[in-house]
Design a protein around this ligand. Sequence first.
Ligand code: APR
Ligand code: PHB
Length: 390
Amino acid sequence: MRTQVCIVGGGPSGLLLAQLLHRAGIDNVLLEKHSRAYVLGRIRAGVLEHGFARLMQEAGCGERMAREGQVHHGFWIARDGRLERVDLHKHSGGGSVIVYGQTELTRDLYEARERMGGTVLHEAEAVALEGLTTERPSVVYRKDGRTERVECEFVIGADGFHGVCRRAIPAGALREYERTYPFGWLGVLSRTPPVSPELIYVKHARGFALCSLRSNVLSRYYIQVPLSDRIEDWPDEAFWEELKRRLPADVAARLVTGPAIEKSIAPLRAYVAEPMRYGRLFLAGDAAHIVPPTGARGLNSAASDLYYLSRALIAWYRDRDASGLDGYSARALARVWKAQRFSWWMTMLLHEFPETSAYERRLQEAELDYLFSSERALGALAENYVGLPY
Ligand code: APR
Ligand code: PHB
């Protein structure tokens, strides 16, 4: 098979890029190793920047998000049994975020792709990338027990953190940065009304907690757990009990509990690979960088990659202008690192670290006291949370 751009990975990054290129008249083929049902079964992030929504509009898939997504102008931080509000609108100069689940967003992207007749090969696993430093690279993939090949002009590695594309870059050409945290988040999705219309991030001596939501009838809650914990250690009742212990009493009293529709433990880690390009291979989204979920930066960091990359490819195909492609890695990484910094800061601020000394604990408290006593500190939090410009 021949195409202009071969995109590896049918998560939000690959799908959104495929749509943006398709609308610009650039032929592309997308390979996804799992079935569509499997991809849509994954529960992930839910807080989006307006920049992401604009890309969805541009890709012709933003209608339902505009209709059903909830605009949030603030969130809460709970500590010592009380709630303090971060007014995003006021402190970011009019900003807000959109609450809309990644599952819904991925469904919208698949449906748009279908309407436009774009090629998505499901259960097609890329196994090797060849000729990346030539003008005619190709992707070798396995489907239905057969080995096939896509010949193309560019390869996009949008195959997530565990994908093959990043690993196709020779070790000497790649620099990796990593931080693992000594805990994970146990997440529960339940068909219950959310305890609060706005998110609540909870700092508590027993560990961090988060009250989030997907809609007025669908809630998403998390608690910090040790890495040694397993899902079997956490029957629904135990989860709700522990969550209530970490919430301020009045919030705990109005929490509506119910059976978990989904329950999983995700370790917290940060990772960045530099550069995000090798020859004709360009990495985007989780394939190149991941963040702990604390500041809701994951999907939003992917969005800025896709913005820069779509513009770069469009300029190349329209005018043979290579400047966007040449500058892609540096531009994308400049924003990626700011998102890394922000999620690191929020993670350090709100979690219990097993080895934290009494001194460091007091610093954490001082940081929070400072935050809520300073308009400028709140401004720094708010402008990062709603998303830095790109
Ligand atoms: N061949 C084809 N597809 C592959 C391969 C491969 N060798 N390896 C992985 N994939 C697919 C995965 O099955 C997955 O569907 O690539 C996709 C990558 O999707 P994600 O992991 O969702 O990564 P990305 O699209 O960059 O999404 C950005 O934002 O909310 C955050 O981390 C969250 O997933 C989210 C991310
Ligand atoms: C979520 O709703 O899944 C969510 C929200 C905010 C975060 C992380 C996760 O910071």
